[in-house]
Design a protein around this ligand. Sequence first.
Ligand code: WTA
Length: 650
Amino acid sequence: MADDKEVIEALANEKRLFEPSLEFVKKANTASSALYEEAARDHEGFWARQARELVSWFTPWDRILDWNLPFAKWFVGGRLNISYNCLDRHVESGHGDRVAIHWEGEPGDKRTITYFELLDQVKRFANVLRDLGVSEGDRVNIYLPMIPEAAVAMLACTRIGAAHSVVFGGFSSQALADRINDASAKVLVTADGGWRRGEVFPLKSQADEALENTPSIEKVVVVRRGGNDVSMKPGRDHWYHELMEEASSDCPPTPLDSEHLMFLLYTSGTTGKPKGIMHTTGGYLTHVTYTFKYVFDIKPETDVFWCSADVGWVTGHSYIVYGPLANGATQVMYEGVPNYPGNDRFWEIIERYKVTIFYTAPTAIRTFMKWGSEEPAKHDLTSLRMIGSVGEPINPEAWMWYREHIGGNQCPIIDTWWQTETGGVMISPLPGVTATKPGSATFPIPGVAAELVDDAGKRVERGGGYLTLTKPWPGMLRGIWGDQKRYQETYWSRFAGRYFAGDGAKLDDDGYLWLLGRVDDVMNVSGHRISTTEVESALVSHPNVAESAVVGANDATTGQAIVAFVTLRGGSNVSEKDLRDHVAKEIGPIAKPKTIYFTPDLPKTRSGKIMRRLLRDVAEGRNLGDTTTLADASVVDELRKKATAAPNED
Ligand code: WTA
């Protein structure tokens, strides 16, 4: 956060304020400050009421919360089933014919799936998993494109009490193998391939490479989607459609303990090893169901919701699968990219399905801005009544463009701050209540307590600081799989008694919160969290690389861009393209550095520490500040000369 000051000053000048329209307020699921007041009066009682009213339990809980910092147990002793909450109860109450998912493949093929049909598939697949030897407590790995089977597989796990671990389809075989092994998953669910940018990208062959080094996997289920050739290992690999045809659709939901492990989702930290974030059943479901009702203001009878994230990320877990389905909502799910076949694909989809609530990421919005407002103008977007943003700070300019060109100047914007670790939305406007400012996530939602602190851990009431959460919340992570010490150290040790989110933020004179980005060594590239160390390890795993340093540089479209400084082993050579491909192979294409600078030395302090601040200055083309602590100042001069020459990206 080298240029904090400028950012803070620019934000302080943001005076525009947008009240929700009277029409929106009239129909809003909540339109007063009552929820804030209730939660402030009785934090636990507030959440207990949400859990009671929004979630169906087989057995009520004995205690709302056991809080043994940093370990929380919510709704202790209660028993429930997530797939029952997402499916059966809607069918039982007569809504089996309601569309759960309008799915659209990238080539244009379409499927409409009702709640009844989704339940039928989930029950069958739950039986398939059981027949393959999966039982309560086992982990199932899911590596799929954006197809309805991803939701089916996830829900089927929750039906029988297996934990899912979804790995984003864009991750490499190495990244997949690491995650499978960390979780000791028993079964892998994958596909032949999926569609992206008009072509089939292979998944099964990636999975096959991973499977050479994943001894815990006993069975593999393959969904046919891409139609590409795959090799099937007899005894281990099975086609999804064949197993489903034979499977029974009789599968009662297993009542599970509220604290039963529901899923693992891996996310980058400040070290090279991804963290398996643990979420459990009752608290997570309560949190996402509540936020989807009040933050997304869902009206299940009339709304058509669309979240453009991938199910491989937490946004897809919470606001494609669990939040919408638990509320009985109808949603759109789309497989491909926004610019196939044309730059108006998203707007065409919104028009086709009459989407009423659209949720996307700032990096996408900035890309749409680049493509021009004539693209959305080709389509009728008047069905939209609310739009949302997630994943990174949204700059006021993009916020205003989104409001005008997508929201038609009449949709409230919810800028929602949260994390894989928080499970669901934490800081956001309530669309029928909060007056918004372009670029501000506004206030913690009812039931969430957030405060800024300074370096010494002292509360900051105005101005910049570190974002911390001060009370446990139901959707909070229950730890890091296999490493509770790291859980404690990463989130709970920097400031006593507080959860440290790793983000910087600012409070303005009206008490509005402005997120300023990560303060640790985690980059945010197009809303994806990637650690500098992870990319550095990938680079030095190349035989010709001696040393590397990676920094996130500001980027107008992707938020941050990965810039790598690389020192090669004596006498060796490697092209920038080869190195980039190597990183893609180690982690995935999303982690490819945008720019690589080759340098005979990295700038280091006399004690040998790489000076990242200087590298960030170089990467962002800034004048260099103090270099007196450098062991060898000439290194930086050389780098700066290189950086001012033409950038060498693909
Ligand atoms: C960033 C995504 C500013 C933040 C749900 C956080 C945001 C990280 C916002 C979590 C927002 C997410 N404004 N920054 N509205 N939403 N972030 O785990 O740095 O993929 O710590 O979860 O994204 O990313 P994750």
